[in-house]
Design a protein around this ligand. Structure first.
Ligand SMILES: [Zn+2]
Length: 218
């Protein structure tokens, strides 16, 4: 299945440059495990970035530099094929590096109750600026309507969810910020497990959700 929703360009570039904080790097790297398109972009960025930055003088290092770099990366996309994983490998549900962060594949997870049948597992990172967590929403159930005080990236690992922006399946990334209010609804096929990274608390509409928020740290 081909991934259709990707990491925002700015985040991918920060990751390639090694400047993305740990929680964001975790979700980018986990998406890269599932997405050959973004792997190619990062591969090309690392290759071209050095050469291009070398050629830039302080005078030319303007706001255009980012656009120039992204154009160059686009023109190189697809030229470099990365090696594929051997087909004899037993497929894991949780790709690396996420699997190592949570201590194993799905069977190793110790879920904590969130209410309304949903569960979560906060993931420890040294990065204090953002919070990473696994979320499990029962098949067919909604996440309560909420807005955002900052950035949120959500990567689908099992099942799917749908928002006004469309359907998100395994490998897809949903990017939301303070301009977005949404109520993702898990698809009916199976429980939806996601990796979510946020850099600020969510803004829930319902009083019930707001009351439990301080206790669960979302
Ligand atoms: Zn991608």
């Amino acid at each position: 299945m081909r991934t259709s929703h990707h990491i925002p360009d700015e985040m991918l570039l920060a990751y390639a440059a090694g400047s993305a904080p740990e929680a964001w790097s975790l979700i980018v790297a986990t998406h890269l495990s599932l997405c050959s398109d973004c792997r190619a972009v990062v591969g090309n960025t690392e290759q071209i970035g050095g050469e291009l930055l070398d050629s830039l003088t302080p005078e030319t290092l303007s706001e255009d530099a980012f656009d120039l770099l992204m154009r160059e990366i686009d023109s190189q996309a697809g030229k470099q094929e990365l090696p594929k994983a051997p087909s004899t490998q037993i497929p894991s549900v949780l790709p690396e590096p996420l699997r190592s962060y949570v201590g194993g594949d799905l069977h190793a997870l110790k879920w904590r109750r969130l209410g309304k049948g949903a569960f979560h597992i906060p993931i420890a990172t040294k990065d204090q600026s953002a919070q990473a967590r696994l979320l499990k929403v029962p098949a067919g159930n909604p996440v309560p309507m909420h807005g955002h005080n900052g950035e949120e990236l959500t990567l689908v690992l099992t099942g799917s969810f749908t928002t006004h922006q469309g359907k998100f399946q395994r490998g897809d990334i949903e990017a939301a910020d303070d301009s977005v209010e949404h109520m993702p609804v898990a698809g009916p096929e199976e429980d939806c497990i996601c990796l979510a990274v946020t850099d600020a608390p969510l803004k829930f509409k319902s009083l019930g959700a707001r009351l439990v928020q301080p206790f669960i740290g979302i």
